[in-house]
Design a protein around this ligand. Structure first.
Ligand SMILES: Nc1nc2c(ncn2[C@@H]2O[C@H](COP(=O)(O)OP(=O)(O)O)[C@@H](O)[C@H]2O)c(=O)[nH]1
Ligand SMILES: [Mg+2]
Length: 423
């Protein structure tokens, strides 16, 4: 039976998602991000939210003893403490889900008098075991690399704090060498994979003209990437066409993944991390290797999670800063992945939904439920600022700032949306 509905008036439709709410925001089609797509799952069909299911994962990597687990635990503990309503969880000891802090969420939630506010989320994975020689099977070797293959972006913790009580695997704090070691392991692993793939492509004749064109694009992209890798440069630094990008996506190259360097500084340096020469060095490397940079003190973040909230502010002030560095880290990860947020807002709940930049209204609707995408009719949408200025959806409608958009509409950052669909 056909019926017209809109998201927050249809709790019955949303209820099938309830049993895995902790995960549902993460399990949507992100074919464009280039993570696990192509691992014997559905073929990459860009942005088809109903077909591809993958988690949005950020992997924490780095040499031993740089503060990965300290940071991971702080991120997860902080997440648990921040939002009582949000079903945070640690899926496995090294996998946790955290909310993406977004001040707009509470503003909307207050305006709509929502019963609850649900933030967007990201999954963090503490990937242990990278040592020099991993690509040749040292340490956890290939197992480690396969964990990296499954994440969408990398956070490499780089030790910038001096502490004689904490052993450094190479004897001294040396961010350049640490970054080189990890970069090279990833480069070696990609090179190995590319060689094998090029060999295979050499033998392949291509089933038809279409697959031939694709294989040619893949071959040409891989040749270009190989040259960069041989020079120690990551695949993401190579300029290739969108078509070529699509053709090599199935390989999930490790050095194609976006990476943020997390410079882990001492407690005494959080107020002015730029004064630490190691941080300066990481800054230079970050731009050389096309990656982002965030400074944080894992130790401070870990201590903060153990303090009652009134003492947290005091502690932060004593360090000369106003807020914890985790929000910054989480936001940076989110934006690095090319993600955007839109909202649904009603009496039942106000919720932030994660989409990829460039998604259309039906695709964005499909993130909530595949039926919303299939039965999409129109979307009523209003920009966040216009919604706030109007004060409510009804007022926005009266003022004429609530627009009716069709299938081609590209959802904009901060849109507040109401979907009309047929089921
Ligand atoms: N002084 C100082 N010690 C830290 C900091 N971050 C981590 N550590 C310590 O370094 C050691 C190794 O940290 P851990 O998080 O287990 O490193 P992982 O091997 O990278 O997971 C632990 O004893 C931590 O307490 C920091 O920012 N400052
Ligand atoms: Mg660890």
């Amino acid at each position: 039976m056909a019926r017209i509905g809109c998201t927050h008036l249809m709790p019955s439709l949303l209820s099938p998602l309830k049993h895995h709410t902790s995960h549902c925001q993460l399990m949507f089609g992100l074919a464009g991000v280039g993570g696990t797509v192509g691992f014997g799952r559905a073929k990459a069909r860009p942005f088809s939210s109903s077909r591809i299911c993958m988690s949005l994962k950020a992997g924490i990597v780095g040499l031993p003893n740089v503060g990965k687990s300290t940071l991971f635990n702080a991120v997860v503990e902080n997440g648990k403490a921040q939002a009582a309503n949000f079903p945070f969880c640690t899926i496995e000891p090294n996998v946790g889900i955290v909310a993406v802090p977004d001040p707009r969420l509470n503003v909307l939630s207050d305006l709509s008098k929502s019963q609850r506010a649900v933030p967007a989320s990201i999954e963090f994975v503490d990937i242990a075991g990278l040592v020099k020689g991993a690509s040749q099977g040292e340490g956890l070797g290939n197992k480690f690399l396969s964990h990296i293959r499954e994440v969408d972006s990398l956070l490499q913790v780089v030790r910038c704090f001096e502490d004689n009580d904490v052993i450094h695997v190479n004897g001294k704090v040396d961010p350049r060498s640490d970054i080189d070691v990890i970069n090279l392991e990833l480069v070696f692993s990609d090179l190995d994979q590319i060689e094998k793939r090029l060999d295979k492509l050499k033998k392949s004749k291509g089933r038809d003209s279409q697959s031939k064109v694709k294989e040619d694009a893949e071959r040409s992209a891989l040749e270009k990437i190989k040259i960069a890798l041989l020079d120690g440069k990551p695949a993401r630094s190579v300029t290739i066409t969108d078509f070529e990008k699509e053709a090599v996506k199935h390989l999930c190259l490790l050095t194609m993944k976006p990476i943020i360097y997390v410079a882990n500084v001492a407690e005494s340096e959080v107020a002015d991390p730029g004064s630490n020469p190691h941080v300066k060095e990481v800054m230079g490397l970050a731009s050389e290797l096309q990656s982002g940079l965030v400074t944080v003190s894992a130790q401070v973040e870990s201590e903060l999670t153990e303090l009652p909230s009134e003492e947290r502010t005091e502690y932060l002030q004593s360090l000369g800063v106003s807020e914890s560095g985790l929000g910054n880290l989480i936001r940076a990860t989110y934006s690095l992945l090319g993600l955007r947020t839109y909202f649904t807002s009603g009496e039942k709940e106000t919720k932030a939904w994660t989409i990829l930049a460039g998604m259309t209204a039906p695709q964005a609707a499909g993130v909530i439920h595949s039926d919303f995408e299939k039965g999409f009719i129109r979307a009523e949408t209003v920009a966040y600022d216009d919604f706030v200025a109007a004060g409510s959806l009804a007022a926005a409608r009266e003022k004429g700032v609530l627009r009716s958009e069709g299938k081609e509409y590209i959802v904009q950052e901060g849109d507040v949306m109401l979907f009309r669909f047929n089921v």
